[in-house]
Design a protein around this ligand. Structure first.
Ligand SMILES: C[C@@](CO)(OP(=O)(O)O)[C@H](O)COP(=O)(O)OP(=O)(O)OC[C@H]1O[C@@H](n2ccc(N)nc2=O)[C@H](O)[C@@H]1O
Ligand SMILES: Nc1ncnc2c1ncn2[C@@H]1O[C@H](COP(=O)(O)OP(=O)(O)O)[C@@H](O)[C@H]1O
Length: 282
């Protein structure tokens, strides 16, 4: 049996440059792993089937699940005649902008690489991951990285910033395809300063990092769900240095440079939402 952690991500920046002929959007994003994780266990089966179980009832357990798709991809690409049972202990909120499904897919690539002794590098796994979804390659590596292309081209950043993150996941979920579908690229008013964010992370300067937070999908999702903008304002009111929506949403996060401050924001927001998490940069 092999176990893997699947970490959630937040977008520190998310810029869209243009819509591509293939329907995807060309992006430039700074991604950051946080210490909110699903736990996956991989157990050999006597036959060659892929089976799944999960503690959350509404997560699909068939070929719609990214962990299933990752196992099927490895099996067919490397002609593996073994089966596996994948047990997912889900802690990351679903369809939240935190890449929970993508991270489970990435953890499955890493876990089965070990269970089946495939000898693949992280680079090989990230390349395979791009076939599963735009966010999977980043999730294969984790940490801090710039993502380009449709999100699958990863440049890792060697930075370590001990910042605290309070996440609030509203009770509804958002479809990534709908949010990109509602984006009008020509109407984007301000683009985030991606290079400024990278510089700020390299300097390890919390004020500068916070001043460079930006996500062009915010205005789209905020228009669909106006309460999200109020949630972002509450983060700041309760003491966050800065706040942003992650990915296509609806999760909104606030940043603090000390655990005690993050704890105060967490306590204040727990009165408003059932799903509040106190995490930190990994
Ligand atoms: C917005 C982001 C930011 O990190 O994250 P989430 O909110 O999903 O966490 C990602 O770009 C989401 O990546 P991911 O969820 O892997 O997307 P995919 O499965 O590849 O694509 C889902 C759909 O989103 C749209 N899509 C996705 C990526 C992209 N660069 N342009 C797009 O237009 C396409 O309509 C696509 O069919
Ligand atoms: N392992 C998985 N965990 C959660 N959702 C999954 C998984 N595999 C596939 N999905 C599907 O992917 C959709 C997006 O989920 P998720 O990856 O959590 O969100 P996001 O793309 O916003 O980060 C969900 O609606 C769910 O049906």
């Amino acid at each position: 049996m092999v176990g893997e952690k699947a970490k959630a991500k937040i977008n520190l920046t998310l810029d869209v440059l243009y819509k591509r002929p293939d329907g995807y959007h060309e992006v430039e994003m700074v991604m950051q792993s946080v210490d909110l994780s699903d736990h996956l266990l991989f157990d050999e089966r006597g036959d060659d089937q892929i089976t799944l179980s999960c503690n959350v009832p509404y997560v699909p357990l068939d070929e719609r699940n990214l962990a299933y798709q990752a196992a099927a991809l490895l099996k067919s690409r490397y002609q593996i005649r073994k089966g596996v049972h994948i047990k997912i202990d889900k802690q990351i909120p679903v369809a939240a902008g935190l890449a929970g499904g993508s991270s489970d897919g990435a953890a499955t690539l890493r876990g089965l690489n070990r269970l089946w002794n495939l000898g693949l590098s992280l680079h090989d796994l990230a390349k395979l991951g791009a076939e599963l979804g735009s966010d999977v390659p980043f999730c294969v590596y984790g940490g801090t990285a710039i993502a380009k292309g449709r999100g699958e081209q990863i440049e890792r950043l060697a930075v370590a910033c001990p910042l605290w993150v309070v996440l609030v996941k509203p009770s509804f979920s958002v479809s990534t395809a709908d949010v990109y579908g509602n984006l009008r690229v020509q109407e984007i008013k301000t683009h985030p300063d991606t290079k400024g964010m990278i510089r700020s992370l390299a300097e390890g300067n919390p004020e500068a990092i916070v001043s460079h937070l930006g996500n062009v999908l915010e205005s789209v999702t905020f228009q669909m769900y106006p309460d999200l903008e109020k949630l972002k304002q509450s983060m700041i009111r309760f003491g966050a240095m800065g706040a942003l929506m992650s990915g296509s949403g609806p999760t909104v996060y606030g940043i603090a440079d000390r655990e005690s401050k993050a704890q105060r924001i967490y306590n204040a927001l727990r009165g408003f939402s059932r799903e509040v998490y106190l995490t930190r940069f990994l």
